[in-house]
Ligand binder design. Structure first.
Ligand code: P6P
Length: 346
């Protein structure tokens, strides 16, 4: 008789986090913060899945600090994320796309970590049930910066203290990830030891490890740009874009894939290779995407997978934000593809 098949070793996000903690890769506080983020993502996934049924599509009727119409789910996702982080008791400061300024978590709860996030990126896709996602990054508190400012006696408000502690280069990130709400709910995470992919099993509401140490292909012939902005681009960028349409020595031009949701376009780029770009243009001098909670976390992830994140000239992770909602141009994906556009833009 054949021996009983060894049971498949099922690793959930919870067991994976505890394993990293036991190995000393992350501390107990980080384990708790990441677990609370995964809980927020599960709650948002449930809301997104039933949005048309529970009348959660459409606009909230308010405008956020970006001047964008807030969707009902933008507001709710922000509350879900903030509440999960506050109740974790291990978060010190949170900075959200949906909040004008960073928020210091009240003393009774607070821990140390600084969490930046976009609670529901690509929410304009919700009404058409196209993929959306949550993006997050985690920093250690920036004490030396605070001490220096306090010595000079220039820090006079909690808000300023928060802004100072939040404005760090992406190279300081301790952890970054995203949750994509698509045909599957996919939780992607790095704590600096490679990129791990978890898939939500709706049967019992756990994220299950489905890919480890993901490596992005060095090159890839898929590009994700909004070419509707072509007329507004610099000439050098137009030359790059035109070059993608020539058959080249492989005899085949590139393929265009663009869903208008950074998380969906990025996840496909991470697994299949290629490039996602949101350039500056005559209308948006610094592009559209925000450095702190979109470009930096995604660049940390792509570098952990052997890829590259650039503003067209420099490494995204080397840029220190001066303002929490600061925008930067973003070119991210396979090393060869990002280097190709950088050459055109030089
Ligand atoms: P456009 C969504 O609003 C977002 O921030 C990203 O998720 C997405 O890639 C981009 O903007 C889409 O912008 O101008 O092409 O509609």
């Amino acid at each position: 008789t054949s021996s009983a098949k060894s049971s498949y070793e099922l690793v959930t996000l919870t067991t994976w986090l505890l394993k990293q903690e036991r190995a000393g890769v992350i501390d107990n506080e980080m384990t708790i913060v990441l677990a609370s983020i995964s809980t927020a993502c599960k709650q948002i996934a449930a809301l997104v899945l039933r949005a048309p049924i529970s009348n959660l599509t459409g606009v909230q009727g308010a405008v956020n600090v970006q001047g964008e119409d807030q969707k009902k789910l933008d507001v709710i996702s922000n509350e879900v994320f903030s509440n999960c982080l506050k109740s974790s008791g291990r978060t010190g400061v949170i900075a959200s796309e949906e909040e004008d300024v960073p928020v210091a978590v009240e003393q009774s709860y607070s821990g140390n970590y600084i969490v930046v996030f976009d609670p529901l990126d690509g929410s304009s896709n919700i009404d058409a049930a196209v993929s959306t996602g949550s993006i997050f990054g985690i920093y250690a508190p920036n004490d030396e910066c605070l001490a220096e400012i306090e010595d000079n006696g220039t820090l006079d408000s909690v808000e300023q203290r928060c802004v100072v502690s939040v404005c760090q280069p992406g190279s300081n990130l301790l952890a970054a990830g995203y949750c994509m709400y698509s045909s599957s709910v996919i939780f992607v995470l790095t704590v600096g030891t490679g990129v791990y992919v978890f898939t939500l099993d709706p049967m019992y509401g756990e994220f299950v490890l489905t890919q480890e140490k993901v490596q992005i292909p060095k090159a890839g012939k898929i590009y994700a740009f909004n070419e509707g902005n072509y007329a507004l681009w610099d000439d050098k960028l137009k030359q790059y874009m035109d070059s993608l349409k020539e058959p080249g020595d492989s005899g085949k031009p590139y393929s265009a894939r663009y869903i208008g949701s950074l998380v969906g376009d990025f996840h496909r780029t991470l697994l299949y290779g290629g490039i996602y770009g949101y350039p500056r243009d005559k209308k948006s001098k610094n592009g559209k995407l925000r450095l702190l909670y979109e470009c930096a976390p995604m660049s940390f992830i792509v570098e952990q997978a052997g890829g590259k994140g650039s503003d067209g000239h420099q490494r995204i992770l080397d840029i220190t934000p001066t303002e929490i909602h600061q925008r930067v141009p973003l070119y991210i994906g396979s090393v060869e593809e990002v280097e190709k556009v950088e050459k055109f833009l030089a």
